[in-house]
Design a protein around this ligand. Structure first.
Ligand SMILES: [Zn+2]
Ligand SMILES: [Zn+2]
Length: 119
């Protein structure tokens, strides 16, 4: 199986203390991910249950800082948050659908805070 370049993660830029993470994709696209959005769309079972589309869950009273970002296999990122939450596994396909850059945002703004299928 060949993976589409657009679902290959080349680099993750998530400086400590930043409020936005950037991902460089294999097709040259730079994905932009505000942490509020990343955390709100955490796909783990604790945040979202085990089935159904993923909906935005507003994070309240926690520091929206990332402690660690780890590439898992060739298909996902595991995000560890400053408050210890680390069970979210964000597939690259899912992250592409979540992108908030200027190019993707016009399309996704209508869907902003809408549910996103599990990808
Ligand atoms: Zn979660
Ligand atoms: Zn984008």
């Amino acid at each position: 199986m060949t993976i589409d370049a657009k679902y290959k993660c080349r680099a993750v830029k998530s400086p400590r203390g930043a409020s936005v993470t950037e991902i460089e994709w294999g097709d040259g696209h730079t994905g932009v991910y505000p942490h509020e959005l990343l955390r709100g769309y955490c796909p783990c079972a604790g945040c979202q249950g085990h089935s159904g589309a993923i909906s935005f869950v507003a994070a309240q009273g926690i520091a929206l800082e990332l402690d660690d970002v780890e590439v898992v296999g060739n298909y996902a990122l595991a995000l560890k948050w400053f408050d210890g939450h680390a069970s979210g596994l964000y597939s690259f396909k899912y992250l592409r659908a979540l992108c908030q850059c200027d190019d993707c945002e016009p399309r996704s703004s209508a869907a902003h805070r809408d549910t996103i299928p599990r990808l």
